[in-house]
Design a protein around this ligand. Sequence first.
Ligand code: SAM
Length: 217
Amino acid sequence: MGGEEEFGPSALGTKEHWDAAYERELKIFKESGDAGEIWFGEESMNRLIRWLEKQKIPLGCSVLDIGTGNGVLLVELAKSGYTNLTGIDYCPSAVQLSKSIMEKEGLPHVKLQVEDILNPSDELSGFQVCIDKGTFDAISLNPDNAAEKRKQYVKSLHKVLRPGGFFLITSCNWTREELSNEFKEGFLFLEELPTPTFCFGGRTGSSVTALVFQHRT
Ligand SMILES: C[S@@+](CC[C@H](N)C(=O)[O-])C[C@H]1O[C@@H](n2cnc3c(N)ncnc32)[C@H](O)[C@@H]1O
């Protein structure tokens, strides 16, 4: 499993795809109140929250959700007591959707902004925890020089996460070994979180990988 050779370029790697997807989801949310897809399922969120709780990460620590989509992970984090939450997505419609969902959930303190993680603004820095659920996977499927974009992602992550901060990634395109290799510049592999089998991009049977890294200078 894994690697660009097997998981070649796909619509899932393009901004056009996500723009169209979240335009649709925003419309559905306005009509029916349905928040839409939870990538990798509920358990993928619980697993991350359990890890943060086990580590006794303070509830006020700054958390960044990279490629937040509908922001449902941030809703769950807020419901678990985390108070300093930021979500970014490069799709304005995703940010609009997540803002509408926060409003409905009564969570106005969750910060949401349009940002491309491959070119983050200077104000995006100093986070104690960064979370990625499916975004590095999407970037890996970009038809236009994905290898370069993955390298840029690692550089951006190193910039936005503070030294000693934690990075939690959930992926179904990459194995533990592959991710450890991708993030070896500037990050220390800490642990793998146990996961079930799932599917992404129409491929079934790939097992989800959930890993924790720590920023090192
Ligand atoms: C598979 S979805 C996952 C959404 C969300 N993390 C979740 O778990 O439901 C990938 C998300 O990454 C966003 N994304 C892809 N490339 C991005 C980039 N360069 N910068 C910011 N967001 C990006 C997409 O718009 C989409 O919301």
